[in-house]
Design a binder for this molecule. Structure first.
Ligand code: CIZ
Length: 302
């Protein structure tokens, strides 16, 4: 008989009896990634929620990820086991902030990183991910572009497009606070390794790196690379995902980038959520429809 991993007792039976799909973000702790039906970035998780035939979807990640899944999967029960697990980046820019930027830059199109609240998405021309931000901004109607909430990703986009980009001054505190000294020490320790950093890190980290990529881009690059060792400048939970996907390569987390909110979901909280069928994520239908349009526009750009 196969025994469940410690802490996972009861989850398997509940998953089956509830007909639930469990999704985990690739920054989640190893124990959560290992019990999930699917692990991915926020957009992959939302698409999995949308395309699944399951009526109950448990999203293990921070709040905006569960909210985006609810937006793309209306009519389904989307559960976020620890509702207090928020994202300081998504929460730092409000619709009022955006309205002020629109007044300052009349006629500018708005492109919003998916790491944002539903209201902000609904007030945007399109959403983007770290992987397609440059493409989406370049595809915006002629004229200036307002970009938020992440200033580092906004600067990265601005460097790689010919568009004039007005950037909101928000950040992901763990990425923006990447420890550059630690990155330098790791480089000296593994001089043969490729250094990949996330565009939410500061430009000084990009200058040290071989490539600046979102998590999906990192997976693609590693899969195609002859290198055996990689230094990874993004949230530390991602190392478990990489080690699972590429067991024959070695990875070291660099920059001491750790998100406390990502670590708040535990196997016990997943078990309790499946038992209670809650807490359910609700997005009002009008906001959800507007946000869905912005996400779908991004998908049509690619
Ligand atoms: O949107 C995501 O999943 C995050 C937080 C990062 C990324 O680069 O995929």
């Amino acid at each position: 008989m196969i025994r469940p991993a410690p802490g996972h007792e009861g989850i398997e039976d509940l998953r089956r009896s509830r007909g639930a799909l469990i999704l985990a973000h690739s920054y989640q702790p190893p124990g959560i990634q290992d019990l999930a039906d699917m692990v991915g970035d926020s957009l992959e998780l939302s698409r999995a929620a949308r395309d699944s035939s399951k009526d109950v979807i448990v999203v293990c990640g921070v709040r905006f990820m569960a909210e985006t899944a609810a937006i793309l999967a209306p009519g389904r029960t989307v559960i976020h086991p620890v509702p207090g697990s928020g994202c300081p980046l998504a929460d730092c820019m409000t619709v009022a902030d955006l309205e002020a930027m629109k007044r300052a830059h009349p006629g500018a199109s708005v492109v919003t990183y998916v790491n944002s609240g539903a209201g902000l998405k609904a007030a945007s021309w399109a959403c983007c991910t770290s992987a397609n931000a440059v493409r989406v901004v370049s595809a915006a109607p002629p004229g200036d572009v307002i970009f938020g909430p992440d200033r580092n990703l906004g600067s990265f986009v601005s460097l790689h497009t010919s568009r004039r980009v007005h950037i909101f001054d928000g950040c992901c505190p763990p990425h923006a606070g990447a420890d550059l000294g630690h990155i330098g020490e790791a480089r000296a320790l593994w001089p043969d390794a490729e250094l990949l950093v996330h565009p939410e890190t500061p430009p000084a980290a990009w200058d040290m790196a071989d490539a600046v990529l979102g998590t999906g881009g990192m997976i693609g690059r590693i899969g195609a690379s002859p290198s055996r060792r990689f230094l990874i400048g993004t949230e530390t939970g991602f190392i478990h995902r990489l080690q699972t996907l590429f067991p024959d390569r070695s990875f070291m987390a660099v920059g001491r980038i750790a998100c406390p909110d990502m670590k708040r979901i535990t196997p016990e909280s997943v078990r309790l959520a499946l038992e209670a069928l809650g807490p359910v994520v609700e997005v009002d239908p009008v906001t959800a429809a507007g946000a869905r349009d912005a996400v779908e526009r991004m998908a049509s750009i690619g």
